[in-house]
Design a binder for this molecule. Structure first.
Ligand code: FAD
Length: 486
């Protein structure tokens, strides 16, 4: 079998491309090196749908950001992931900073962003009472928002696979050869696929993949961003994303009301060498807390429950590089997808689809597609009446496994049955383990459920695939008594 298109990388760029292609009569395969999708840069970011004012419209990233931003309501309707258009405030605390605020505002207007509003101090405090009262001025971008990035990737991939795209995980592309008709793409474990066209959406490793295919040479420079998650009960949660004035390398350290009701602060922006270096440090946490306290009242280091870091895949040009290769046949580059890659991703999918068409791929619309995923049941959002009905039907709906985030056994089973069989896969799909105790109380229970549902022995379960085994040795009693079914 020869695929019409193989997409390397199941982050937001590859997943969005797969979702777009799944509407056409073509055979597509999505290749991902990790055990699950979205485990690259796409799981470790600020989750912001940016407002289209940070970059000049002469850049490809600004054009796709603006187009992508407009697509989220429709996508949320179709794919059912947490998204909130809560709005963005950019705030200044001195007249000097106001100069940059005005520049950003004017850039947004020049980019065609609608409804931007320059604000004085009183208007800002009306829009966000938790702002530090010493704020001087700023602007409001009601078109900005937040999404849950991993749920977004899972939904894109679920939609694409329901429409016939094939997903191969644990497929680390390690060799490629073109025989005049198709690419033979070989994985590190020896598996092979054939594809007429290849899309390089490999994030931090897009430079490596480009080299493997004999395409353009470029270097991806990782730029680390540390993020700190606050307790769900923190008093500091604002209603809108609060931005400072940006620096040369980043949009600054923000306060983010996440789409799932928690608060996040960050990110930093530091160049690093190692593409797998996702360490965080106490010093950086202190620096971030002190920076955000200048903007929003009430944030304390005691609110921080966990930290993580993501690496932005940055090119020398600082722009996205999305184009047909001039060197390798039928090879599309999707590289340098740093921020605002998440925001731009719906438009990246469309753009890549058009490049494939320009490359000669026949794209005939399918007559029947799954256009809307069935809504997911999440017990933390249900009424007591519905919970009683669910319990009567199957008591696993009310058997709460993760108490911090209120996640039931039935939700965990659903995640496992959808193919999320690592601890992180279940966590990102359901939120089990994301709360105050960070999995301290529920991880072992979740592992037992994964093992029971899949038949994978406990000692072979992993945190995120590969060698990330969770247990050092064998346990004698590894079963969990199933809840009685009705
Ligand atoms: C700290 C931080 C904060 C950010 N905040 C925002 C934000 O608020 N808003 C926003 O719009 N953007 C934000 N971004 C940017 C955004 O996260 C990225 O632009 C986006 O996630 C990139 O997605 P991607 O699919 O291109 O790459 P990835 O998500 O990295 O996907 C690439 C995939 O390719 C796979 N892969 C690599 N090599 C191989 C191989 N050999 N074989 C098979 N598969 C392979 C990887 O495993 C990975 O899953 C942020 C980024 C960071 C780091």
């Amino acid at each position: 079998m020869i695929y019409d298109a193989a997409i390397i990388g199941a982050g937001v760029s590859g997943a969005s491309t797969a979702w777009q292609l799944s509407h056409f009569d073509c055979k597509t395969v999505l290749l991902e090196r990790w055990a699950d999708v979205g485990f690259g840069v796409s799981k470790a970011n600020s989750g912001i749908v940016h407002g289209g004012f940070h970059h000049p419209v002469s850049s490809l990233k600004a054009r796709l950001e603006i187009q992508g931003n407009l697509m989220f309501e429709q996508l949320q309707y179709e794919l059912d992931f947490p998204f909130s258009r809560c709005g963005i405030l950019v705030v200044a605390f001195s007249e000097e900073q106001m100069v940059t605020v005005r520049k950003l505002y004017n850039q947004g207007i020049a980019n065609g962003v609608r409804n931007l509003e320059m604000c004085g101090r009183d208007r800002l405090l009306e829009l966000e009472p938790k702002l530090n009262a010493e704020v001087v001025g700023g602007f409001f971008a009601p078109n900005g928002g937040t999404i849950e990035p991993y749920r977004y990737v899972f939904s894109l991939v679920e939609g694409a696979t329901r429409n016939g795209v094939e997903l191969l995980c644990n497929y680390e592309v390690s060799q490629a050869e073109h025989n005049g008709e198709y690419w033979l793409v070989t994985a590190a474990d020896g598996r092979e696929i054939k594809a007429r066209r290849v899309v390089n959406a490999a994030g931090l490793f897009a430079d490596h993949i480009s080299k493997l295919f004999g395409a353009e040479e470029f270097t991806i420079h990782p730029r680390k961003g540390e993020e700190y998650l606050l307790d769900r009960n923190s008093q500091a949660r604002p209603q809108r994303v609060v931005f400072p004035v940006p620096t040369k390398d980043s949009k600054g350290v923000l306060v983010i009301p996440t789409a799932e009701g928690t608060t996040m602060i960050g990110p930093t922006a530091d160049p690093v060498e190692d593409k797998l270096d996702t360490t965080t440090s106490a010093d950086h946490m202190q620096r971030i807390v002190s920076l955000v306290r200048q903007m929003v009242n009430g944030i304390t280091p005691r609110d921080v429950i966990t930290s993580f870091a993501g690496l932005r895949p940055v090119l020398d040009t600082e722009d996205f590089y999305i184009d047909r290769s001039q060197k390798a046949p039928h090879f599309i580059q999707v590289a340098g997808i740093q921020s605002p890659g998440l925001t731009a991703s719906p438009a990246i999918g469309l753009y890549v689809k058009d490049l494939l068409k320009a490359d000669g791929m026949t794209l005939t619309e399918k007559t029947e597609v799954v256009q809307k995923l069935p809504p997911r049941r999440e017990i933390r959002k249900e009424t007591p009446e519905t919970l009683a009905e669910l319990h009567a039907d199957d008591p696993r709906w009310t058997h709460v496994v993760c108490r911090c985030e209120n996640i039931s056994e039935a939700e965990i089973i659903e995640a496992v049955r959808k193919g999320h069989t690592t601890l992180d896969g279940v966590k990102f799909y359901t939120r089990a383990g994301m709360g105050r105790c960070q999995g301290g109380f529920c991880s072992a229970k979740i592992m037992k459920i994964i093992s029971r549902e899949t038949g994978i022995p406990m000692e072979e379960l992993t945190k995120k695939g590969g060698s990330s085994r969770l247990l050092a040795g064998r346990l004698e009693n590894t079963t969990i008594d199933p809840m009685p079914e009705k």
